[in-house]
Design a protein around this ligand. Structure first.
Ligand SMILES: [Fe+2]
Length: 441
């Protein structure tokens, strides 16, 4: 267990540093968009989070520099204000990270990870939390790189293209009946690392529904654009229509109308032909919702999404089994044929590219590629208890946020599973967000 935790810590740090390696100090310090932090803020912030939890909370250590707690407190300083903070420079940030990590690994050697001990430490939970937190910031940094103006971003090594397979067709039918939603894995459950908002597991009984076998593609979304979907208020939620009008939104973020029926998109600063067979990404909840209405469908609720992804029904008996991932319980490793995660291609893979990762019901690419908007507000499950701190989930519950599921191409395998819940404002679209549709039967 200790070795595995050390490996996970090492893996995420390599990921963070590799992502930033192609950038000079100026790019690291600059704020590329008011929606995002300067990259160097994210970098030192993950170190500060690690210091707070693995050194101060777990090991009872004294602060390395108390002033850093304020500068890197995400709640105290919203993103637009972060460039004006007294940030550590890139080299200082890297040194700080090394210092914290060295001490954290030292303490890991003797930490009591037994199940009967502190809930925070049992099963290595707090280490899993720190690993997932850094992976989540890596995804945030990838969103910043996507927004970066100028020369464009090239990863350290050119990523391989995805293997294109036949796209899954149409919809699958999910029969009426109960399934187990959420995770009961004790916060300390080995390898579970479920966050408080995923717990507790509870039974939800759903009527029969149909859900798309694959995410909505750029090609299909282009039909909506060309059909005047952005001009007809009839398809839009009233607040969505106001947002669309107020911001003159006419297509997904990063799409470019080249005229004459040609469309391109900007990816990591480079313009390329719009790939029609890839899942659409960089759409807001309002755009996804409007598309669904145009298509005569709706967005799935998060319960429907999770059932389609995670439930393996037993033939004829009404029961079933819960899977950690759509294909089963096996964690996808980098380069696996199960899911497009961990910037394997630095883009979504064409729909149909990962047939081995299909769910028991036959839904493809539910994990990886694009986060999928659901119809649901971010609410606690019955019996929710915040752990280990209210600011992770509890303060965000309510109708302001919509739930996204399944992770994107920029999400690490360590930071996603069928029960994982992400949430964001319905106007958000700099994130790697797409969707699939559902309908009743
Ligand atoms: Fe954070």
């Amino acid at each position: 267990m200790r070795q595995r935790l050390a490996d996970e810590l090492e893996g995420v740090r390599r990921r963070s540093l590799d992502l930033l390696a192609p950038l000079d100090d100026d790019h690291l310090r600059r704020q590329h968009s008011p929606l995002m932090s300067p990259l160097v803020w994210d970098l030192a912030h993950v170190g500060n989070f690690e210091e707070l939890w693995l050194l101060r909370e777990v090991a009872g250590a004294e602060p390395i520099d108390r002033a850093l707690d304020d500068v890197y407190d995400a709640f105290r300083h919203p993103r637009p204000n972060r460039p004006s903070l007294p940030l550590l420079g890139p080299a200082e940030s890297r040194r700080y990270l090394l210092d914290v990590r060295g001490r954290a690994l030292e303490h890991l050697e003797r930490a009591d990870l037994d199940d009967g001990g502190r809930p925070l430490l049992a099963g290595g939970f707090v280490y899993g939390m720190v690993v997932q937190h850094e992976h989540q910031h890596d995804e945030t940094m990838l969103a910043t790189l996507q927004l970066m103006a100028g020369d464009g971003y090239r990863p350290l090594a050119p990523p391989p293209p995805a293997v294109v397979g036949p796209p899954p067709s149409g919809e699958v039918v999910v029969a009426a009946g109960p399934f187990v939603m959420g995770s009961d894995a004790d916060p300390s459950g080995t390898g579970a690392w479920a966050y408080d908002n995923e717990r507790p597991a509870h039974v939800v009984d759903l009527p029969e529904f149909r859900i798309d076998a694959g995410p909505v593609t750029n090609g299909r979304f282009l039909e909506f654009v060309l059909d005047g979907g952005y001009d007809l208020p009839f398809f839009w939620e009233p607040e969505g229509w106001t947002w669309r009008q107020g911001n003159d939104v006419r297509h997904p973020l990063f799409w470019v109308d080249e005229g004459g029926g040609d469309w391109s998109r900007v990816r990591l600063g480079f313009r390329e032909d719009l790939p029609l067979d890839e899942p659409v990404q960089h759409v807001s909840w309002y755009e996804a919702d409007a598309f669904a209405r145009w298509a005569g469908k709706r967005l799935p609720t998060e319960a429907e999404w999770e059932k389609a992804a995670s439930w393996a029904p037993c033939a004829g008996r009404g029961g079933g089994a819960k899977r950690r991932f759509p294909w089963g319980d096996e964690s996808p490793v980098p380069g696996s044929s199960l899911a497009n995660l961990g910037q394997a291609h630095f883009r979504p893979a064409p729909v149909g590219a990962y047939p081995d990762g299909a769910s028991a019901y036959g839904c493809h690419q539910m994990i990886g590629d694009v986060w999928e908007w659901t119809a649901s507000d971010f609410e606690p499950y019955p019996g929710f208890a915040s752990f280990p701190y209210r600011e992770y989930s509890e303060v965000f519950f309510g109708a302001d946020y919509k739930v996204l599921r399944g992770g994107s191409w920029a999400t690490s395998p360590a930071a996603v599973r069928n029960t994982f819940r992400n949430w964001d404002y319905p106007i958000r679209r700099q994130i790697f967000s797409g969707f699939r549709c559902a309908r009743g039967t």
